[in-house]
Design a protein around this ligand. Structure first.
Ligand code: FPP
Length: 254
């Protein structure tokens, strides 16, 4: 297993700033409805909030930002809304990737992207290739993603590689869609609901969960700072006792 995925194996030195923030961006529809605008206007403002949040994470030295843009279940929405979301995703890929690259952002897309068709597939592959060596911030867009899908695709690929029972976590980890990233430290969901909604099920095992009423189009650097302030107050024990943590954090005395 790469050291990157081992947050549950040792007591990580989390410091003050989360290394990896994962967000469910909820509330675009309600933001629009409150203004008597069509839902897609909320998604357009949601795309603005994505830009602001990527910038804010870069400024704060956060290394990984993962955004749930479109879940496996979102295909159940009206066809017109799905088509408009696809259009928004495609134009973001066409227009934003150069800017991401100029700012040292590595782009990754996780999920079953085949269903988006060849054009979006090409744009994703091109954007990932262009930005592959950037390390300022890794921006992962989860698109047609589901946590159960991820675990199943990992198991199936592992079996296809000839894995024999019993397997352990370390054997499965490299096959998970986000094997290149440490597990999220901080999970944020906007829009008031308090659910994981089939997001990163495996990887969120020890994440600190933060829920806010703020609707996604209103999310910005200040809202991110509030989430980080809450995160900093938490004691992350990873199954251990407070006393064990105190001992592990005490400086070595010669
Ligand atoms: C949830 O709000 C939001 C989505 C399903 C889509 C998220 C998409 C964007 C923010 C657009 C741009 C994304 C990228 C990566 C360019 P909702 O529609 O469920 O809101 P509601 O719960 O108020 O109805």
């Amino acid at each position: 297993m790469s050291g990157e995925t081992s947050s549950t194996a040792g007591i990580p030195n989390t410091g003050d700033m989360p290394r990896h923030v994962a967000i469910i961006m909820d509330g675009n529809g309600r933001w629009a409805r409150r203004r008597r605008l069509p839902r897609i206007a909320g998604h357009r403002r949601g795309a603005e909030a994505v830009r602001a949040t990527v910038r804010a994470c870069g400024e704060r030295g956060i290394e990984y930002l993962t955004l749930f843009a479109f879940s496996s279940e979102n295909w159940r929405r009206p066809a017109e809304e799905v088509a408009l979301l696809m259009k928004l995703f495609k134009s973001a890929l066409e227009n934003e990737v150069e800017k991401l690259h100029a700012n040292g952002v590595r782009l990754k897309v996780v999920g079953d992207i085949q269903r988006f068709g060849p054009k979006i597939g090409e744009l994703i592959a091109g954007g990932e290739a262009l930005t592959a060596h950037n390390r300022q911030l890794t921006l992962t867009i989860a698109a047609n993603y589901g946590g159960r899908w991820d675990i199943l695709q990992a198991v199936n690929r592992m079996l296809a590689d000839g894995a024999c029972a019993p397997v352990d976590e370390a054997a499965l980890a490299p096959y998970l869609a986000m094997s290149y990233a440490p597990e999220p430290d901080l999970f944020i969901r906007t829009g008031g609901e308090q659910r994981i909604s089939n997001f990163l099920l495996w990887q969120l095992a020890y994440a600190e969960l933060y829920f806010t009423e703020t609707l996604w189009p209103d999310f910005d650097g200040a809202a991110l700072d509030q989430a980080i302030a809450s995160y900093r107050k938490r004691e992350r024990r990873f199954g251990r006792t407070s006393e064990q943590l105190e001992q592990s954090q005490r400086p070595e005395v010669a």
